[in-house]
Design a protein. Structure first.
Length: 309
């Protein structure tokens, strides 16, 4: 296929996401389809490897573009909030640590947050989870010593501080359990843990810290974490407790009630879910626990939007 034909094909794939994108974007009004489609096509045109994967996996490209609307973070390369990346022969949407922090402030969870890495030559003093830490260093130094950990400090809307710290043993244990690092070690596959080490460390501590933040509207942030987990799962090694079947049944029943409130049939929702989750689904009972949670987040947004009109 010639280059102009490839570009036109990618344009058609991206445009096919337009209707669903517009529907999801109405929930928060943070992104515009025409602009994001332009960014997506520009990114693909500039990256031959990425465009090749898009050609072979058009559904994954479409889903990644739709995920932009779901979380409301722009693909604008200047802002560095989210990226289209190749993963397992598919296109995925990856959320940067900068994007996660922007979402947290947009959702009203915090006023601001800052994450940074710490070296042995730095002066770092943790003064407890409710106090801003002391971190002093020379940013122009060519050698700050050995990388020893990272922290995230957030200021709440009440003016309080929430501090989370992680040492390198904790961070590397999480890295070692990630699929991308395992692929790097066994197959030599490039991983952001290798190419963007500091950013991945910051993202790791942020994804631990956000659990302590007082979310007022957590839906977009939850969706971003779900999307981020698809791109690069982070396992904090917390013992997994299977949800009781009654809890799962209750959530499935909640989805049914929400569909009734929206005037939508289960069949139509299943069609949408199959496209969103890029797999065959014949009934809501086949949804995974994560897909159930994402569906509830999405439907809640549609209900809120309907109430405003």
């Amino acid at each position: 296929m010639s280059l102009p034909a490839q570009i036109e094909n990618m344009r058609q794939i991206v445009q096919s996401a337009g209707a669903e994108f517009a529907q999801l974007a109405q929930i928060h009004g943070a992104v515009n389809f025409e602009r994001e489609a332009s960014f997506a096509i520009g990114i693909l045109k500039d990256n031959q490897y990425l465009s090749g994967i898009a050609q072979s996996s058009p559904d994954s490209l479409k889903r990644a573009v739709i995920n932009v609307a779901a979380i409301g973070l722009s693909l604008n390369p200047v802002h560095k909030l989210a990226y289209l990346l190749p993963r397992d022969k598919k296109i995925i949407l990856a959320v940067s640590y900068i994007g996660l922090l922007k979402l947290a402030t947009d959702c009203g969870a915090i006023k601001w947050a800052h994450a940074d890495v710490v070296f042995s030559g730095d002066k770092f003093e943790s003064r407890g989870p409710g106090v801003k830490p002391i971190h002093e260093f020379n940013p122009f130094s060519e050698s700050r010593g050995e990388l020893v950990g990272a922290y995230c400090v957030a200021k709440t809307t009440d003016g309080e501080f929430l501090t989370t710290t992680m040492n390198m043993l904790e961070i590397e244990a999480i890295r070692d359990r990630s699929d991308s690092w395992k692929a790097h070690k066994t197959k030599g596959v490039s991983t952001p843990w290798q190419t963007d080490k500091h950013d991945m460390i910051k993202k790791t501590v942020i994804r631990k810290a956000y659990k302590t933040w007082p979310m007022t509207d957590h839906r977009r942030f939850d969706e971003a974490i779900a999307v981020s987990n698809e791109a690069d799962p982070i396992d904090f090694n917390t013992p997994t407790i299977a949800a009781p079947s009654s809890d799962r049944d209750e959530k499935l029943s909640q989805i049914g009630s929400m569909l009734s409130e929206l005037g939508r049939t289960e069949d139509k929702f299943i069609e949408h879910a199959a496209r969103s989750f890029s797999r065959q689904i014949t009934s809501i009972s086949e949804l995974t626990d994560q897909e159930i949670q994402r569906s509830i987040v999405m439907l809640n947004g549609f209900i809120d939007q309907k109430a405003k009109t």
